[in-house]
Design a protein around this ligand. Structure first.
Ligand code: ADE
Length: 226
């Protein structure tokens, strides 16, 4: 998979050079390119935004550098997403679908947004990471890239993505590791018992309880499916 990220702030993307994502890039499971939109703006000022027609607060990103930046990377196999609070809300289900794509272009806006003609011309899908407004799409693009890359086969162990939160509409159960007792707090006996069926049942109960407490909306979905 190839992910091209178009941004005015390329230096914000250092987190994608760490940990599991770093290893996925080194193992050639994914290629990530950070592309500076300003490189496609016109000299001498390399201006990338202007005031909105019709008035209003903030600035709008110009067509010209965005068209050229997109055209520099787009092929017939590209899927283009614009990070925006008015987009469809990003969920694990969407991450799974996106992890099968060949080429993803993530477009990051800043200021008030981008000229609508960019979205219309390239038939871009708008994607939000939640119901809050960020200063720009960069953090959102990193969230989306991270969650997609970990789902590419062999980036992490397949089992890890099966039982995790959201894949079954239940949140994940509590986890413990050594020591079995720390500052007087004991790990639940059942986890030390070696009895696989009892452990499985305990984890299921935990998941149900945590989901009921934190995300009753997910529990309703789970009950409808089971
Ligand atoms: N840009 C600003 N806010 C955003 C959000 N919630 N999701 C995606 N992109 C954004």
């Amino acid at each position: 998979m190839k992910i091209d990220i178009l941004t005015l702030f390329p230096e914000m993307f250092a987190p994608l050079k760490e940990s599991i994502i770093k290893r996925a890039v080194e193992d050639k499971k994914v290629e990530i390119n950070i592309i500076n939109i300003r490189d496609f703006a016109n000299p001498p000022h390399y201006k990338c935004d202007d005031e909105p027609f019709g008035g209003g607060a903030g600035m709008v990103m110009l067509c010209e550098p965005l068209f050229k930046a997109i055209e520099s990377v787009k092929t017939e196999n590209s899927s283009i997403f614009y990070m925006s609070p008015r987009g469809k809300v990003f969920k694990q289900e969407i991450a799974r679908e996106m992890s099968k794509l060949e080429h993803i272009i993530l477009l990051c806006g800043h200021y008030e947004g981008i000229d609508q003609r960019v979205i219309d011309y390239f038939d871009i899908q708008e994607l939000s990471i939640g119901d809050y407004v960020l200063t720009g799409g960069e953090l959102a693009a990193m969230v989306v890239a991270d969650s997609i890359i970990r789902l590419i086969p062999n980036v992490i162990r397949a089992e890890s993505t099966v039982e995790e939160s959201f894949s079954t509409n239940l949140l994940e159960y509590n986890q413990y590791t050594r020591p079995a007792e720390y500052r007087g707090m004991k790990v639940p006996d059942v986890l030390l018992s070696g009895h696989h069926k009892n452990i499985e049942n305990w984890r299921k109960e935990q998941s149900l309880e945590i989901t009921k407490r934190n995300r009753p909306d997910l529990l309703d979905k789970y009950k409808k499916k089971n």
